[in-house]
Design a protein around this ligand. Structure first.
Ligand SMILES: Nc1nc2c(ncn2[C@@H]2O[C@H](COP(=O)(O)OP(=O)(O)O)[C@@H](O)[C@H]2O)c(=O)[nH]1
Ligand SMILES: [Mg+2]
Length: 434
């Protein structure tokens, strides 16, 4: 159930005579008196009058709270209660958030407010809510700053000096796209689609042009098919060359699943370096995910094999298998991946349910050749593109989508846990060109 429906339900029980929609634009109420013994009543009233957005509710809820402590916990538990979340889930949320604050050494609200909102959005399943989408969009737009400089600012300049959509215009636009790593093939396909669209558009009408451009760009991203969740454990294999961000991405995925209440295990399939096993073990502790590893140098397929037994025996919902990515032994690497897949399939028919290829956006066109390389040997179900925050080569996302028709499901916009964000073509095109 979405936030709005949860709140509507709350409204119905609280104030049967009120229509929530009427209050959306109502003036902000006077601050409730939360020192009062009936602070819960006051807060209920204030929430019932607030706009149904997580950020606004948090403002009300955290009124007078400036640091971690009992006051904060009481307020959070109250929110869960109002939204009819089972008590044990609320307690679990508070316990894990409190442990995280201790780990990080955070005390003051401004140090952890953003993380708190993100965790609440995941825990309450609110990520599709408008409020969270706004946050994601802002993050995306900021993360893409460098690519925007390369792409949209140059498109703007081109448009402002254009009096007709002639050959010179299209050539220049083509160059801009190629410079932003959209790639030659994807650029020509994109422009071939755009040309007939803008016929008849007044070159002075830049907004219209950009709108059509945005539409075409958004349209090239394949949408991941709706999947029926497999019987647990869901097995996910994560592949990609060294350094692209596989291990960190696995930690972020595990963290997301944990926040949604799933029991997750991380498997150290990169047995080549002892440091890789250690890195993953630290991440599993930080995210609260289960962990399975064997000694350095063990056969990754045997690690996967034993991990399947553990996942079954201990009732895990989801298993994320990390793999090595040494490129200089290409043939061996592909053999190893196939062997891991076969072993998993033998243990759990139908698994791995998903194979995710992780790509590093800063490598630009190399990401394309990596997709080809892996795609020739194993079926890639989804792509996660990392490090979009640090590059002007974000256009490569479009190149991958067009040339390989593989859905991009998440993008990495930084190194923090909350920096892995769901991807959608519409927002991407809007953030880039809007
Ligand atoms: N800025 C940024 N750094 C990232 C992102 N994803 C991963 N990294 C960093 O990339 C480096 C390599 O990551 P790692 O997970 O060890 O790569 P692996 O070799 O593929 O497992 C680490 O320093 C990560 O913190 C991202 O989205 N943005
Ligand atoms: Mg790694």
């Amino acid at each position: 159930m979405g936030f709005f429906s949860k709140i509507k339900k709350f409204w119905k029980t609280e104030k049967p005579d009120q229509d929530p929609a009427k209050h959306l634009d109502s003036e902000k109420e006077q601050s409730p008196d939360l020192d009062h013994p009936d602070w819960q009543g006051a807060l209920r009233r204030s929430l019932s009058l607030a706009e149904p957005k997580l950020s606004i509710w948090l403002e009300c809820l955290l009124d007078g709270v400036d640091k971690k402590g009992d006051l904060l916990w009481d307020r959070l538990l109250f929110l869960f209660k109002v939204l009819e979340t089972p008590e044990h889930e609320a307690d679990k949320f508070v316990a894990s958030f409190s442990a995280w604050l201790d780990d990080m050494g955070y005390v003051h609200l401004d140090e952890f407010k953003s993380e708190l909102q993100y965790r609440l959005a995941l825990a309450l399943d609110l990520e599709d809510e408008e409020d969270e989408r706004d946050r994601l969009f802002l993050k995306l737009s900021q993360g893409l700053t460098k690519t925007k400089e390369q792409l949209s600012h140059r498109v703007d300049m081109l448009l402002s000096s254009t009096t007709s959509f002639d050959d010179a215009f299209w050539e220049e636009l083509e160059e801009i796209l190629i410079m932003a790593d959209v790639g030659y093939q994807a650029t020509s396909e994109l422009l071939d689609k755009l040309r007939p669209q803008v016929r008849g558009v007044d070159p002075e009408d830049r907004d219209r042009f950009k709108e059509l451009f945005m539409q075409e760009l958004a349209g090239i991203f394949p949408v991941p098919p709706k999947r029926i969740p497999p019987d647990p454990p869901e097995i996910i294999l994560v592949i990609g060359v060294n350094g692209v961000g596989k291990t960190t991405t696995i930690a972020k995925l595990a963290y997301r699943s944990k926040m949604k209440g799933r029991k997750v295990m991380i498997v150290a399939g990169d047995t080549f370096r002892a440091a890789a096993i250690e890195q993953l073990s630290i991440w599993s502790k930080r995210t609260g995910a289960g962990f399975f590893a064997k000694d350095r140098g063990s056969d990754p397929a045997s690690v996967a094999y034993e991990a399947m037994d553990k996942a079954r025996a201990e009732g895990y919902d989801q298993v994320l298998v990390d793999t090595a990515g040494r490129l200089h032994t290409k043939v061996d690497l592909m053999q190893e991946l196939k062997k891991i897949k076969n072993v998993i399939a033998k243990k759990c028919p139908g698994a791995p349910h998903k194979t995710i290829l992780v790509l590093d956006a800063t490598t630009g066109q190399n990401a394309l050749s990596q997709t080809e390389l892996f795609g020739r040997e194993v079926r890639i179900d989804e792509i996660i593109m990392t490090k979009l925050d640090g590059t002007a080569k974000g256009g490569v996302v479009a190149a991958i989508a067009l040339q390989h028709q593989i859905p991009i499901t998440y993008i990495g916009l930084g190194e923090k846990m909350e920096d892995l964000r769901p991807f959608d073509g519409q927002s991407f095109a809007k953030a880039l060109l809007g």
